[in-house]
Design a protein around this ligand. Structure first.
Ligand code: ADP
Length: 607
């Protein structure tokens, strides 16, 4: 438990000192608060007694704190009764002011630290997530990440804001309260402590149970988030298949599981709160009996008895709060562990060479790759060489390994056997950042951000002048942007703006890939939504304006690949054919088959 508190405290980072300062202010405020019963005590035992019986006990008391306060008053004399009463009242006001002022400063400082730490934590996590390799996101769901970066950070922030200091408050009040009772009568103070171990043990057990239930609750919450996320991402499919009822049922089921865990937590609370209340009150009852006994025996004055009861009241509240705080501690440690899991994920190494320029020569040397050690090889003994400036097409049936090959080329994964050389050096000797800069990737399923067309194209280089953006759009065969949209390049796209057609999106995404002028290009089925004419023009433009650049073209359309300098046919993870269109379409094999089918289909359409 102490360890958990220490770790949570560690999350405050550089705000730890200020937070401790806030704790100190709180302790001072409690110290002032502890003086209030003492004032009642000296008022009854000294001032009231003096007024009622004319018997002055003087400004001294066996209780050191009471004595100190009495010494601040005028001499205890019947002639001073008026000023004595005024004096105690003034003391009360000063104490209330000090207590209030200190509490305010402590609260403000604590809230400031917790908010700053929460923001810092959120920033740090997001930063970390951005550095994680792509493979991390294939094993962790988005809903889970969102819940952790927002929900769990908030839980931790809330704990720092309310509960750590609450623990300090509880401990301080406890120490002050019991010390002051012990100063009056230590035997009585010990009796007042008898029930405390029971309260401590039950709180600890509660903390353990709360942690367990909350962990399960959060796992169900993650699943629910994922379900919503996936549903919304695929809402078109859901509607197209009229599958809303199935989706609703899935949601209901998961929601019910989450409710079940929420209920278990509530049952735990409904059981524990009354128990901790009962123990608190049992403690007070024991103390009332003992206090009455000591007072009747004359070992405690009426004023001392009254102030002791006030201290008990003061201590009873934090004892009851202890369970609540420990429950929050349980929840916060679960949140912290969930955050730590993200922070512990290894970020992609940034190390590696960053040469001035890349030529674009590539060699796969007996490359073997599979996603999991238990899987079959996805790529088997793949060897080929590409000269700088060559335009290479990859074709092959679905699942042949084309996309995997590209992922290896982008260093998103490493081959288990064999080596990939870029300009004669192993691929992993380059910094990943350099590879991503030099190897431009355009995907079939173009993702555009909800911003202007210009900002989308200039995503990699936001400072680019409009001319560069337009030049990239020109090569991507999308120069009609200014004519098509009234706001031209400033047209908003995505959720907040116009919806582009599939082909338009593909061309904007291609322009985005071309703008930073990478030395190598990967065009992954980018013409699937284009008409043949635009497609031909696009490849002509790529041939003309990107003469020096090495390009890899992945496509199912013969029209997209036949202009390539060389075509590599992949099947079941192996290169089975290699040559130009002229060569391959004459040789029996996969390429000839798709060529014949596609030519026949085209002829049919043109009829
Ligand atoms: P293509 O692009 O030629 O259609 P892929 O490279 O996508 O082929 O897939 C090749 C094989 O690798 C397929 O059997 C596919 O199921 C498998 N595969 C692809 N991605 C993953 C992944 N992330 N984890 C496990 N297997 C994968």
């Amino acid at each position: 438990m102490i360890n958990a508190i220490r770790k949570l405290f560690g999350l405050l980072g550089r705000y730890q000192k200020l937070y401790l300062m806030s704790a100190l202010l709180l302790m001072l405020s409690i110290a002032f608060r502890s003086l209030e019963p003492k004032i009642l005590q000296i008022t009854i035992d000294h001032v009231v007694v003096l007024g009622a019986s004319d018997a002055s006990l003087g400004n001294e008391d066996p209780d050191a704190v009471a004595s100190a306060l009495l010494n601040l008053l005028p001499p205890l004399d019947v002639a001073n009764l008026g000023s004595l009463l005024l004096g105690v009242a003034l003391m009360y006001v000063v104490i209330a002011l000090m207590r209030g002022g200190l509490l305010f400063s402590s609260d403000a400082l604590k809230a400031w630290c917790a908010e700053k730490a929460g923001k810092g934590l959120r920033d740090r996590l997001f930063d970390h997530v951005q550095q994680l390799p792509l493979s991390y996101f294939t094993t962790t769901t988005r809903g889970e990440l969102i819940q952790r970066i927002t929900g769990d950070v908030d839980t931790v922030r809330g704990f720092l804001k309310g509960q750590i200091i609450n623990l300090i408050r509880i401990v301080t009040i406890f120490i002050f309260g019991f010390t002051l009772i012990a100063m009056i009568n230590w035997e009585y103070a010990l009796i007042c402590l008898t029930v405390s171990p029971l309260i401590g043990i039950s709180s600890y057990l509660f903390f353990k149970k709360e942690r367990k239930i909350w962990k399960e609750h959060e796992a169900e919450q993650d699943k629910l988030n994922n379900l919503v996320q996936e549903n919304l991402n695929g809402i078109r499919t859901v509607i197209a298949y009229n599958n809303q009822d199935y989706e609703i049922e899935k949601f209901y089921d998961q929601n019910e599981k989450k409710r079940g865990m929420g209920l278990r937590q509530n049952v735990l609370h409904t059981f524990f709160w009354p128990l901790s209340d009962f123990l608190g009150f049992l403690q007070i009852s024991v103390s009332i009996i003992a206090g009455g006994y000591f007072a009747m025996k004359g070992e405690m004055s009426v004023g001392e008895l009254l102030s002791s009861y006030s201290y008990l009241g003061m201590v009873a509240w934090p004892m009851r709060q202890l369970g609540r705080t420990l429950s929050e501690l349980g929840i916060a440690t679960v949140a912290m562990e969930r955050l730590r899991e993200i922070e512990d994920a290894k970020v992609e190494s940034k190390a590696g060479e960053k040469p001035e320029k890349l030529q674009g020569h590539l060699r796969f040397d007996h490359v073997y790759f599979r996603y999991k050690p238990t899987d079959e090889w996805v790529l088997k003994d793949v060897s080929f060489e590409v000269q700088a400036g060559e335009k290479i097409a990859f074709v092959g049936p679905t699942g042949a390994g084309k996309s995997t090959l590209i992922k290896l080329l982008l260093a998103l994964y490493k081959p288990q056997k064999g080596q990939i050389y870029l300009d004669g050096k192993p691929l992993d000797s380059y910094a990943p950042e350099f590879l991503r800069e030099q190897i431009g990737l355009a995907l079939q399923k173009a993702f555009l951000f909800s911003t202007t067309i210009k900002d989308n194209i200039a995503y990699a280089k936001p400072e680019s002048p409009l001319e560069d953006v337009m030049a990239a759009a020109q090569v991507a065969q999308f120069s009609e942007i200014s004519n098509l949209f009234t706001d031209g390049y400033e047209t908003m796209v995505g959720e907040k703006g116009v919806t582009l057609s599939g082909g338009q999106k593909q061309r904007v995404a291609l322009a985005r890939t071309l703008l930073p002028a990478p030395q190598m290009l990967i065009l992954d089925d980018i013409t699937s939504a284009l008409d043949t004419e635009t497609e031909q023009a696009l490849f002509q433009a790529i041939q003309d304006s990107l003469r020096e650049k090495t390009a890899f073209i992945l496509s199912h359309r013969i029209t997209s690949i036949q202009q390539a300098d060389r075509i590599l046919v992949l099947d079941e993870g192996q290169i089975v054919q290699e040559g130009t269109h002229e060569e391959l379409h004459k040789i029996p094999g996969y390429y000839q088959e798709i060529h014949q089918i596609q030519t026949a289909v085209e002829a049919e359409i043109l009829k």
